[in-house]
Unconditional design. Structure first.
Length: 315
């Protein structure tokens, strides 16, 4: 008999008249806002303009959602294209199913486009938003709780999550709340990156690489606990292999980047060091014109004086 457990919500959607309000979507939206808010604060502290992070996020977020969904559908194609399944469900992103690997990859592509349009180095932007992305993941994972999905092995621990749904092959019972484990891990990753960034003055994408490496380390053991259907290679789930490869690439980037480009970028956004520069420039030009006019006026004084002197002499 379980003495305690985390209850799952009876439903993951509330209807406000004809409008469905889904817990999964709310978690994603709140996570995005938190990531932009924290990223904006860090960007300003690095010498960038307020609002730049949000402007680039307009590109990064849609790309990230598309990439996350594509990765999920491709790696779990049997959920949508096998016999008895409806392929139209592949487009129902609100029902859950986003692969972080695809979200980061495509989100990075969108961020690159946004940065390129503004003349901003992508690594500097990535460093600024890295902790916010980790917090967004921490919040977004609670969407899995609303959908009663992506839980771990059965357990009777006091913090087990209760699964009540029996659809899509679920078996009601209490299981390891891997969504909670990953949420807490991501909070730790965010704090780690913030601390390391202040301690070691990380730059040129190394703060982002640290986030990637730290997240992959946690995702590896959390993924190993999950019991949902997944493709396996040599006894390991596909996402375990992905986490391992990405972890090694992130560590390699940190090492090579520190050797090739030590320190941090001096300028992260052109012209951001003096946001009022255009106005001051106009003012300076105006002052310059005024000084020139005064000089011209002063130059005319001697001529006028000479004319008066000449007239007096003639008189």
């Amino acid at each position: 008999m379980e003495l305690a457990y985390i209850p799952s919500p009876s439903r993951g959607v509330i209807h406000l008249g004809p409008i469905p309000l889904r817990g999964y979507a709310f978690c994603i939206i709140i996570g995005v806002f938190v990531a932009v808010w924290l990223g904006n604060k860090r960007w300003i502290a690095r010498g960038g303009r307020a609002g730049t992070v949000a402007d680039i996020a307009v590109w990064a977020v849609p790309f990230g959602l598309v990439g996350g969904r594509l990765y999920h559908v491709i790696t779990d194609y049997q959920l949508y294209f096998s016999e008895g399944r409806d392929w139209v469900d592949a487009f129902k992103i609100w029902e859950g199913g986003l692969g972080i690997w695809g979200a980061i990859a495509f989100g990075g592509l969108g961020a690159w486009i946004g940065c390129r349009r503004r003349g901003i180095p992508l690594p500097a932007y990535a460093d600024a938003v890295a902790p916010g992305i980790a917090l967004a993941q921490a919040i977004g994972r609670w969407g899995n709780w609303f959908n009663q999905e992506l839980y771990g092995k059965a357990t009777d621990l006091p913090w087990a999550v209760e699964i009540t749904s029996s659809s899509d092959g679920r078996v009601p019972g209490t299981y390891h709340p891997t969504f909670l484990y990953e949420s807490l891990w991501c909070i730790g990753v965010a704090l780690l990156v913030i601390w390391a960034d202040r301690k070691f003055t990380l730059g040129h994408g190394r703060a982002f690489a640290l986030y990637v490496a730290a997240y992959c380390a946690g995702r590896f053991w959390i993924e190993y606990m999950r019991v949902d259907e997944a493709h396996e290679i040599l006894g390991l789930r596909l996402n375990n292999w992905t986490a391992l490869v990405v972890f090694l690439l992130a560590v390699l980037y940190i090492v090579l980047s520190a050797r090739k480009r030590p320190g941090r970028e001096a300028v992260v956004e052109p012209g951001a060091t003096d946001p009022d520069a255009p106005a001051d420039k106009d003012a300076d030009e105006g002052e310059g014109d005024g000084e020139k006019a005064d000089a011209d006026s002063s130059a005319d004084v001697p001529d006028e004086a000479n004319d008066e002197a000449g007239s007096a002499k003639k008189s």
